[in-house]
Ligand binder design. Structure first.
Ligand SMILES: Cc1cc2nc3c(=O)[nH]c(=O)nc-3n(C[C@H](O)[C@H](O)[C@H](O)COP(=O)(O)OP(=O)(O)OC[C@H]3O[C@@H](n4cnc5c(N)ncnc54)[C@H](O)[C@@H]3O)c2cc1C
Length: 397
């Protein structure tokens, strides 16, 4: 976008000067002058000018012709064990979108030369709905590093021109996709909880906005591809079927110099991964102090559960952010979720309400968590949890 003053229309009235929040406008020789270094194109001056003498022009040079773009591409995030399960979730949604668009579904794997081109990972991806698996190969892709991976994905997208690109809203997806979108000068909706195709064939990307109080439905009308990261555990995993697909190998040398050196990978996660846990014991502000998490940890250990948290304990430094459940934390879907001293705010529910069975322990019988709980215990968690621990210990001895 660019901004300009139409000098024939401007009469130097100065109405635009106070309208600019960035103090980027002055009137010189009876004409408004805009300091482009400070202007951020917010448009406040445009609406304030009584003479329509300031205009913002949208450049169309970077717009891509939507008809040149076809197909849905899923970024195939890998883990040390194989493929991240969010990819299987994206395959189920991606297949649905591709069918609605009457187009193909592909997965992009960025790997090093040792990665086998025919193995159960690739078979599993095809069996779960992919028509094509693109394998971008180079020594630089051994571990996830942001610069070469961005380069690889941009290369693939520019070559095959998918109309939709999806990745998990994991740490990797959240760092990779914004960079790819910026390089391609297209839009990206982060952290989606729903995806669909509208009557115009556009991707409708749903995500919570304004603190979770509304669900925004976002479209990317003019630029391509339409890109979204999707929360892990909000969509169903694709199931395996007898299918055939193609494997396309791309040997690619990253073009941008690498400025990051990976020295070591530290496993900071807890014993049981929160997102994959069958049982989660979670503590909220009602836990009162960091040291009281040991009580919940004891219960979690007896149940083989992972330890979760609402946001206040994380904000207060009682427990690391990796344990946070909710809109700005993780989305979880365990078989059993035990909420201890958690009120049940909309932002917390956004991350755990799909759990199969919710048990809430809260001393306030009006706490909103009881509205979603399958089993509610009104009581002091410091009395209830020790009883549970005692019973479990008695049962196991
Ligand atoms: C943009 C945005 C994003 C957010 N993201 C998240 C998020 O990802 N996750 C999240 O959790 N929150 C998030 N929040 C914060 C959210 O709005 C709530 O403030 C938060 O969830 C409240 O946490 P809580 O239930 O632990 O605390 P509180 O609401 O203070 O509730 C504490 C509960 O503990 C009970 N209690 C106290 N003592 C005891 C006891 N001894 N025994 C039993 N019960 C007891 C009380 O009755 C109360 O119900 C977000 C907020 C915003 C604005």
């Amino acid at each position: 976008m660019s901004i300009k003053v139409i000098e024939d229309s401007c009469n130097g009235c100065e109405a635009c000067v106070p309208a600019c929040p960035y103090e980027a406008i002055s009137v010189q020789d009876g004409i408004a002058r805009i300091d482009l270094d400070n202007c951020n194109l917010c448009g406040a001056c445009v609406s304030e000018c009584p003479f329509e003498a300031i205009v913002i022009e949208k450049e169309t040079t970077h717009l891509r012709s939507p008809s040149d773009y076809h197909g849905v591409l899923v970024y195939g995030e890998r883990t040390s064990e194989g493929i991240h399960k969010v990819v299987y979730e994206l395959l189920s949604k991606g297949r649905e979108l591709a069918d609605k668009l009457n187009t193909e579904l592909a997965v992009a794997l960025v790997v090093n030369k040792e990665f086998p081109t025919k193995d159960e990972i690739i078979d599993g991806i095809i069996a779960r709905g992919a028509d094509t698996v693109y394998i971008v190969r180079n020594e630089a892709f051994k571990e996830f590093l942001i610069e070469p991976y961005t380069d690889a994905l941009v290369y693939l997208i520019e070559k095959y021109k998918p109309e939709v690109v999806l990745a998990g809203a994991t740490s990797e997806g959240r760092s990779l996709l914004p960079r790819v979108a910026a390089r391609l000068k297209t839009g990206l909706t982060a952290d989606c909880t729903g995806l669909d195709i509208n009557e115009d064939g556009l991707l409708v990307q749903t995500r919570p906005a304004f603190g979770g109080n509304i669900m925004a439905r976002i479209i990317c009308e003019h630029r391509r591809p339409q890109m979204a990261t999707v929360r892990y555990k909000v969509m169903e995993e694709a199931t395996e079927n007898e299918r055939k697909g193609d494997v396309v190998i791309e040997e690619f040398v990253p073009r941008i110099p690498q400025t990051t050196l990976l020295q070591d990978v530290l496993d900071e996660t807890q014993k049981i991964n929160l997102e994959d846990a069958d049982i989660i014991v979670s503590g909220g502000r009602g836990i009162q102090d960091a040291k009281n998490f040991t009580l919940l940890q004891e219960l979690a250990d007896l149940l083989g559960a992972a330890l979760g948290s609402s946001r206040p304990p994380v904000d207060d430094g009682w427990i690391p952010y990796s344990h946070q459940v909710g809109q700005t934390g993780k989305t979880v879907r365990p078989k059993v979720y035990i909420a201890c001293g958690i009120s049940g705010s909309i932002q917390h529910l956004a991350g755990m309400s799909s759990s199969d069975y919710i048990i809430a322990i809260n001393k306030d019988s009006d706490a909103p968590i009881f509205k979603v709980a399958d089993l509610g215990i009104v009581g002091d968690l410091f009395e209830v949890v020790p009883v549970l621990i005692k019973r479990l210990k008695a049962g196991s001895s």
